[in-house]
Design a protein around this ligand. Structure first.
Ligand SMILES: [Zn+2]
Length: 303
């Protein structure tokens, strides 16, 4: 076993009200759901800030511009405590449902709101609900966003994200089979660094009850999820000398008492390992770009 260097970080998605009023077709939102967003932006943010303070951890907060404009005092606490703030849409738009002009308009507005609020241009972006488009990486490059936290080509190493230009043929069974039996074309790296996303390190599916989202549950024992997250860390710690461990959480979910306690147990357990450092995602990216943190080259597809 070599000398370990592990960069661990929390990404906190402050979806707040925006996630619930993003009904995608303009249908009315449930005011009780909106109230859960208010809980996240107020009680949830305060509890998580106390948690990071208790352990001396700096984290990355991905904030829809709607949340900044709706809860500026709460987000000012996050900013003023020295945490990183990154992009997460305006009203948590599912990018896969937007046309290119809508994607551009959301990026333009949200970059403007965040830049005004934090006093410098945000460097990172995560797709709301990790719903991306073929244009995503091309647009992030064009808008000068340095890193993304939405794709899953790897689970524990940084890499330059593929451009999204690769071609594949969807299976359309109304056609002859010869129409779809074609390989995907080669992946080509972009300038955007990927901090890998991972549904199995996300608090929303197990802990958030939503009557409209089939993927959410809400009644999983936190000790089950604690073991799931620890097992991922244990495997990576055994297999790699260097890796990143980004966890994705939401104040309206992880601000619940039973989940705060789970994070305390996980943080204390991770801290028992040699070579661990808690960092923001921009710090991970800086180290990768400077060659101080090894990563991987993502390859695949038919040249
Ligand atoms: Zn989100």
């Amino acid at each position: 076993m070599g000398k370990k260097r592990v960069l661990v970080g929390y990404g906190i998605d402050v979806d707040a009200v925006s996630g619930w009023i993003n009904t995608r077709d303009g249908s009315p939102a449930n005011p009780t759901d909106v109230s859960r967003g208010v809980f996240g932006a107020t009680v949830g943010i305060d509890r998580l800030l106390r948690l990071w303070d208790k352990y001396g951890i700096k984290t990355t907060w991905f904030v829809p511009a709607h949340s900044i404009e709706t809860f500026p005092d709460q987000l000012a606490k996050v900013r003023d405590a020295g945490h990183e703030i990154g992009l997460h849409g305006y009203t948590h738009e599912f990018v896969s449902t937007l046309n290119e002009q809508q994607q551009r308009d959301v990026l333009t507005k949200s970059i403007h709101v965040l830049t005004e609020f934090i006093g410098k241009k945000p460097r990172g972006w995560t797709a709301p609900a990790w719903s991306t488009s073929r244009e995503t990486i091309k647009l992030l490059e064009e808008f000068g966003v340095e890193y993304d936290h939405s794709f899953m080509h790897h689970d524990s190493q940084l890499y330059y994200c593929p451009t999204g230009d690769e071609e594949w043929t969807e299976t359309d069974t109304s056609l002859d089979a010869s129409e779809w039996m074609k390989p995907m074309s080669a992946l080509k790296p972009s300038q955007v660094v990927e901090v890998p996303a991972n549904w199995h390190l996300d608090d929303w599916p197990p802990f958030q009850l939503s009557l409209k989202q089939a993927s959410t549950h809400g009644f999983v024992d936190p000790y089950v999820i604690e073991r799931l997250w620890k097992d991922q860390f244990s495997f990576l710690y055994r297999e790699y000398d260097t890796f990143v461990f980004p966890m994705s959480i939401h104040p309206q979910v992880s601000g619940k008492p039973q989940v705060v306690l789970m994070h305390e147990r996980i943080i204390e357990w991770i801290n028992e390992h040699d070579g661990v450092e808690w960092v923001t995602m921009e710090k991970m990216v800086d180290e990768f770009k400077a060659g101080k943190l090894s990563g991987v080259e993502v390859k695949g597809g038919k040249p």
